[in-house]
Ligand binder design. Structure first.
Ligand code: G1P
Length: 289
């Protein structure tokens, strides 16, 4: 995988039932942490990793994501007329100029593996990234996907982000069994989707960041429904392990699971505490509780 990563897939066709009723009309990826929607953090990470083609696997109800990355003529005209230059630049620069967006529809919700497979015609046969925007990763240095893309290019292999989770939570994640190479990287021996704690080979869980070879698509095509009756990306990667090596990587950064309310609250608090304009007032508010 010495080829640089240029394309990143964002599976965003999920229903976001944990945030109903808000998600009746707002795609969960559009929920904000402070002033930016989750999808913006995900896209920034992809761009930091060197991507110039962003592929959104979406469904027929998720127009907001396409609208968000489109030009907002009326709003831009109004801000310009009012001389609000900073706001105008915020609105115009959600994406760098060299980056293009491609929208692909996932007609039926058949699982994460199926969602990624929908991107095959756009990705073709080259290494690509996958970001699940629910998993928001904060850090000060290179983004998690950039760290992974560098390792993938150097090692010429696929790379999956992992972190340890409490044993009792293995049934919420893909779990890997891996042999450590160094502090951060390990060679994956097997992967299993959402095992019960008593069946889990470890407590090393997959976080929503992947760098994968184009070869994964043919494996996804023959992947049968697995955990939850869905076509699982984890199962296709487990099959890939029989053909080539894939590394698990403990990224530098802090992950927030924004797919649930507490995770979104924690992310919001964390980002507020990092923001010089909000940190002190946030700390005072929490201390007073
Ligand atoms: C998906 C993957 C799982 C991974 C998780 C990370 O699960 O299937 O392997 O650990 O994302 O967030 P989901 O959260 O979509 O059920």
């Amino acid at each position: 995988m010495t080829q640089r990563l240029r394309k990143v897939v964002f599976p965003v066709a999920g229903l976001g039932t944990r945030f109903l009723p808000a998600t009746k009309v707002v795609a969960k990826e559009m929920l904000p942490v402070l002033d930016r929607p989750l999808i913006q953090y995900a896209v920034d990470e992809a761009v930091d990793a060197g991507a110039d083609t962003l592929i959104f696997v979406t469904n027929r109800y998720k127009h907001a994501i396409a609208d968000y990355f489109d030009k907002a003529y009326e709003l831009e005209q109004k801000l310009e007329a009012a001389g609000k230059k900073e706001l105008l630049s915020l609105v115009q620069n959600v994406l760098p100029k060299n980056v293009r967006c491609v929208f692909v529809t996932q007609p039926e919700a058949l699982g994460l593996g199926h969602a990624v497979l929908c991107a095959k015609p756009v990705v073709g046969n080259e290494p690509f990234g996958v970001i699940l925007p629910d998993d928001l990763i904060w850090n000060t240095g290179a983004s998690a996907l950039k760290q992974m893309a560098d390792l993938a290019a150097f090692e010429n292999s696929g790379v999956i982000a992992v972190e340890e989770v409490p044993r009792e939570q293995t049934n919420k994640y893909g779990i890997v069994d891996a042999t450590p190479i160094n502090d951060r990287a390990a060679l994956i021996k097997l992967m299993v989707e959402k095992p019960k704690p008593e069946d889990a080979p470890s407590n090393l869980a997959v976080v929503g960041r992947y760098v994968l070879p184009g070869r994964i698509f043919s494996l996804l095509e023959s992947t049968k429904p697995g955990a939850g009756g869905e076509i699982q990306l984890t199962d296709a990667i487990d099959a890939l392990l029989k053909q080539e090596r894939v590394l698990a990587y403990r990224f530098e950064g802090e992950r927030f699971d924004c797919g649930n309310k507490l995770g979104l609250v924690k992310a919001t608090m964390h980002f507020a505490l990092q923001d010089p304009a909000l940190a002190e007032a946030t700390r005072e508010f929490v201390a007073g509780k």
